[in-house]
Design a protein around this ligand. Sequence first.
Ligand code: BGC
Length: 809
Amino acid sequence: MSKIGQKLKNAAVKIYSRLGGGSLRQSENVAPEGSASVPPEVSALLRRAAAEGAVLLENDGTLPLKGKVALFGRVQTDTFYTGYGSGGNVLKPYRVSILDGVAQNGKIQPLGWLADIYRKFSKEHPVNHGYWGNWPFCFPEMPLREELAARAAEEAETAVVVIGRAAGEERDNELKAGSYYLTAEEERLLQTVTSRFKKTAVVLNIGSLIDLSWTEKFRGRIGALLIIWQGGMEAGNALADILSGEVSPCGKLTDTVAREYSDYPSARSFGNAGYNEYQEDIYVGYRYFSTFAREKVRYPFGYGLSYTKFRLDFGAPDWSGDIRVRVCVTNAGECAGKEAVQVYVKKPCGGIGNPARELVGFFKTKLLQPREGQETEIVIPVKSLASFDEARACFFLFAGEYTFYAGADSANAQKIGAIVREREEITERCTANIKPKKSFSVLAAREEGEKRVSAERTAAADSRDNKAQMLASLPPALAMTGDKGYTLSDVKSGRASMEQFIAQLSVRELEALSRGADVMDSPLGAKGNAGVYGGVSDALRKKGIPPLTAVDGPSGIRLCRPCALLPVGTLLASTFDEELVGQVYAAVGREMKAAGAHVLLAPGMNIHRNPLCGRNFEYYSEDPLLTGRIAAAAVRGVQSAGVSACPKHFCCNNQEFDRTKNDSRVSERALREIYLRAFEICVKEGAPRNLMTSYNKINGIWAHYHFPLVRGVLRGEWGYKGCVITDWWMRRAKCPEFPKLKYNAYRIRAGINVLMPGGSYLKMAGLGGNDKSVARALGKKGGLTLGELQRNAAEILNFMLLEENNGNG
Ligand code: BGC
């Protein structure tokens, strides 16, 4: 969308939300007191998660604190608990601000009079949470008078300055003061405080990385730097646990902090209208920095300090089947703590070049007491060592040396051994045609040993392949039998087969199954739902197909009832703790069951390609292994409660500006090694029952029509058997290979089962009537086949059989 188009859209949204378009505002309120309760063990779990995802970047002994502390910065009361949009809008039962958390902690005491001044300022300058797509990036800071800082410095030894930022859905961060950069007022605040206090800790309450170059100006004056992300409803308690030393920080950066924004390899091809060519190719985040620009790293991927010290001992990697690395972590310091160790590989270049470091395994210890140790074996699947060669459309284990590095972060991991493979080996042949339509220049590292920036062209697609593959994918039709009286429970109990059940469905029923119940907050589901699908008509419900309620999302359940607000995705991934993430989402799964919700529209798992992406807070990391593993843990957690997860947005939703039109142009190699890889791990290790496509195009095709990605890669190559739904509404388009397939007919051929939340453009305009694209294309030469429509139903119903919460269980 052009900038003018965006402005017009913003104006329309503003008018709508002023007129009472409530769903376009974020529910910043807490539920009325006493109306809700979260089990104490869930509150404790979320508090622990929020503390264990905080990342300590600097500490000269300033932290932990004791006694009185002078707390500065208005986010102490106006804390950012989450980001904005569908991934943050949860009606929370309560929330603990930074100030309240510190005040309640008991071990440290905020200066009461200073806290009162901030409370008063916040009351007199209430925050404005904006409206959809116009969320605030920050709240204007209170100007701090010198005499207040001077008085505070007489009473407390240490100052803690808190700085906050947010962004959200349809609102990327911007390269300006108050978003990516500090405001002048924030810098003044730091100047005033650091010139009065000997010890200052700075706490960043942010959803995505911001510029940290200002820390250079304050070198020697800021003793500790801590990122607490957006910690959900327990944010303040979690910070207090860290400040007081109750919890030793153990979070690790899931992204590289570069010296300057312009150092990020995606900086030149992010935020454009129309399209972005992913010129950095596979060199995303630390893959780029470790190969081409080590000196541009401020804090490396995987980095984070602790209050204690760890001794790490690694065995040599053993390559028999998978690769195994023995690890022993010993707490060699004075307080209890946890450590996340990481194993990286440098693969042979194989004529196509490879990054100097790639994460291939990680492990988070239990809480280790001083002198306590823990041993484990990190297993690295061979697949992680393969590289994708576009020319031969295969994953290869190249001949040559595989050097393994292990340690506590990507830059300081030490060599633990090398294994030489004599012969090249194909690990996987790929068939889907997902290359860009036109080739473009990408970064490459061709020469072994020596780092060299060079550009090469991506391979471009052959458009004829799609047509042939689409035709080859058409299944035979089941002879329609008319109603035989079978219900979905009969399929579950074995009285009827899925084929028998589907053969009795009419075209009208098959079509109705392929779209949701038209609206958000459907009367068929719990109040405040995102949409309902499955039993959307009487006829379908009579056959025992339940209406299943979908709810957002990554930060907790978004309904008109109070639900736990989780720490944001980036924080959860920063724990590097799959078990903990699993426990958090299992609690959400249980809450869903109680609320009558069936499908959680989470985890959000797009790669952090650039720090400005507005939804980075929902997502996990710049690395596909970490992203995939954390997402798989979240999926297993939700589904352990008998409800379903729905990872999103498949794929390359890496910017919010222009998101429904933008074309992410990505080489096949970068897709397969980075952007798809995360989903592949999640699908194979987490077995989600649903998956959501993204709004954007990928190499010229909208994700919701992407036959090569959905039928080709997801279902064909990875064997995914679940249901695929669109993101909320989709763009109209005609299939270039089969022009008779338009809109929903095109989507069904591509393998995307359900249009969410459903409804035609006519309906949305209040004119009634369903979209006719399926009926019009059905049975015509070059149109949609009955077999496709029936297969579409089977793919939806298969997942419904697994739901325990749907009345079928
Ligand atoms: C978002 C999805 C979300 C859906 C339903 C869309 O705008 O992109 O992530 O799940 O709305 O709220």
